[in-house]
Design a protein. Structure first.
Lengths: 457, 457
């Protein structure tokens, strides 16, 4: 019965029963079937002393051990707390305290998990209750303390199913995880793998050449990336076309610069834009493949089961079965999730994500969306990265200010770039000041951290 | 949140928003997009005076109007009670009383529904609560009074999703409904259509030549059939191969004769066997496509989310999110559904459906499964249909007895067929008596009605 306290069999175990010989996981030189993955997870689960509901942190790079640990925690009923490897010890300590994590598993522990002897007999797998907590994932929140978003088994299940109902599901689908598994965008791929009976290729970190090689040689049909990754993939690739087996480059992680989208479209790269949050267990609004070119720049429409609206203040709000029931140590949320992102819906109901609300620059009473200004800068052939913030200004409230990375072997002056923006943007949107850097601060998923842009004058 | 009282947006409305231009429905010379179907359903819903929870019968042949009525009832919150068109008025009256049906809609009413003026503005669609009743479908139960199985929105949703997770979902998928829409096997196709954003071709009734034509000319990729339909399709087709676009012939409705499966396999027809019941909102155990040949004759493994077991009495039991919460006017069921079907699991856990428990013949203390004997008879080149029952016998309890239809232009004697069976079966299983007929009694879905086989001696 769909409804109260719905229980379903362990996803991996069912896959190991139904499609045991199918390819489940590829990482480096290793390739495991679902039967093999299930055996490894059984071994790991047997070695873990974890109570049901116990919260266990994983602070590690992408690896086979990470995948096995995620599944073993599910089999034992533990709650996964993935921890960003870029955090300082003090930041980790705060999350561990906040989420009442009993222990944190690191790279060495994960290695050891893989060396556990396989049990002689398959263990009986626990059923999953769809309303039970699967994980607590801290949002990379750009203001204040991070918050631990609770994600249930049902949230992940609905997210996976709704993605398949949008993108389709092919017999040879293979999804590449080059995003960190400690981010929801990476973690979601692992769960889709066992729910779909689909191969997942895990790479230890993003490396453009490795991604391109996996697409050519490992049958990757779908890859999840953010804009900077796509940018680097295209640069590394050069003029050589991608094989037709690559059917979807799922592009998330914030508004994508239009020039990048246009370049990808011209090169025949099947980019599908998406919008998602930790609190929605990854993508929740995604372009249908048939709209990829017609609605270039839009994140699309809500996935089946979900709804969006834009409030009078321009904030995107989301409701649906993949939306987190709340944050740990906060009162449960009900109804619409206020995303903190600004967006607009066009006349056909397609979502265009404009910016983080916290990053909105109000200058002389006008709203300036940094992403729009960054997109204008990125359209200049000399600019490879751009970040825009508002700097306090006595006269205007905030002054639009940009930090720019210029391509190797090219030069550009601040005046030239400002003039370039003025041709494309209303004057109040164009930066007043531009600073040049060799790199911009980004989080583990490659998302620009505007808060960390310090402007020196 | 997945769990308590989960609500999701109207499936058709969401499809009309996300993929408005995709082909939704083909019936005769008509082809509608999702936007068009949504407009027609809005018009029909506006004209229907139906309260939320009101039970409305549909007693009609497959048609555009049937599809529109099903969706319009969903939009108004009515509960659909599909009625088998082969029932007598007295039988219908009994179901109408049992299910407290307020009115029964017939072919003419459905025609009229299509002539409603389209509203100037799209109406606001009701959300679906997944635990709410979607339909009451009477089982073709071979013993006693039929029972009205309650199917929730969630039952249908999970059934559709689990089918896609097994068969995959392609951008050009088109599912042919030649089964009656008043049976769960036909109705389920309509719901998959709006959940997947997939085209459904509806035919008014099964006609082998029409099915073969739709496969050739209308891009049908999947078709749901029962054995007798497949038999007739192959006969009508002759040696001409099916196009590669036909990727799945989903074969349900009871144990399939192995000779038919072998013939289909030899002809390269992509048959996928399945087992399902009204109470499971259609298929619940289905072969994975990769096992279709390796496990010929098996119905496969449970779809994602569902579980099966075989009790000590040989009865198949099912549990999962697509299983009906109970029958109308009966206490709610909890836990495992006892199917009344007999089966066995092989060493790899694949289900082989043996027979209806009610049809089991106990002869001289030995169990004889009619389906097994029928399969032996069907392996004889002269036999096109066979039904086997137990006739009361003073000495043996029951005596195995067969009714057979012989192919046109061929002859066969009873002695010859009995001898043929003895070469293939234990002696106690071979029929003692054979009667020849021109046709066998079948229900609307083509399922053999053994109870109606009367043997004249």
């Amino acid at each position: 019965m769909a409804g109260l306290a719905l229980r379903v069999p362990d996803w991996l175990r069912q896959r190991a029963a139904v499609t045991p010989e199918r390819r489940a996981l590829v990482c480096g030189a290793q390739a495991w079937s679902f039967a093999e993955l299930d055996r490894r997870v059984d071994a790991a689960a047997a070695s873990l002393d974890v109570r049901e509901g116990e919260r266990v942190g994983i602070r590690a790079a992408n690896s086979l051990g990470f995948v096995v640990a995620v599944q073993a925690l599910m089999r034992r009923g533990g709650v996964l707390v993935p921890i960003n490897t870029r955090l300082t010890d003090a930041e980790v300590a705060w999350q561990v305290e906040d989420a009442q994590v009993s222990r944190v598993v690191g790279d060495d522990d994960l290695e050891a998990l893989l060396r556990q002897p396989t049990p002689a007999h398959q263990t009986r797998a626990r059923d999953f209750e769809l309303h039970a907590w699967h994980s607590i994932v801290y949002t990379s929140g750009t203001t204040g303390r991070p918050k631990g978003a609770i994600l249930t088994y049902g949230n992940h299940w609905w997210s996976a199913v709704a993605s398949a109902l949008n993108l389709g599901l092919l017999a040879d689908d293979t999804w590449l995880a080059c995003l960190p598994l400690f981010h929801v965008g990476g973690l979601a791929i692992l769960l889709r793998g066992v729910i779909y009976g689909m191969a997942v290729v895990v790479q230890s970190r993003f490396e453009a050449a490795e991604v391109n090689r996996a697409i050519d040689e490992q049958g990757v049909t779908i890859v999840s990336v953010v804009s900077t990754m796509l940018e680097r993939m295209l640069a590394e690739r050069g003029p050589r076309a991608y094989p037709p087996s690559l059917r979807c480059v799922l592009l998330g992680g914030g508004p994508a610069p239009l020039p990048l989208l246009e370049r990808a479209a011209a090169a025949g790269v099947p980019v599908v834009q998406t919008y998602g949050l930790t609190e929605t267990a990854s993508q929740v609004v995604t372009l249908a493949p048939e709209d990829a070119l017609r609605k270039l720049g839009s994140a699309g429409k809500p996935l089946m089961g979900s709804e969006i609206r834009v409030g009078s203040d321009g904030e995107i709000e989301v409701r649906g079965p993949s939306v987190s029931p709340g944050y740990v140590n906060h009162p449960p949320r009900d109804g619409w999730l206020h995303t903190g992102d600004l967006g607009r819906l066009d006349d056909d109901g397609y979502l265009y994500v404009l910016d983080r609300r916290d990053d909105l620059i109000v200058s002389g009473g006008e709203n300036v969306y940094p992403a729009e200004v960054e997109a204008a800068l990125l359209a200049h052939p000399a600019v490879s990265e751009a970040g825009v913030i508002g700097v306090p200004d006595a006269e205007w409230g905030r002054r639009v200010t940009a930090v720019v990375v210029v391509r190797a072997g090219v030069t550009a002056t601040a005046d030239e770039l400002i003039a370039f923006c003025r041709q494309r943007l209303a004057a109040y949107k164009a930066p007043r000041h531009i600073e040049f850097r060799s790199a911009l601060p980004r989080n583990g998923a490659g998302k620009l951290l505007r808060r960390e842009l310090r402007i020196e004058r």
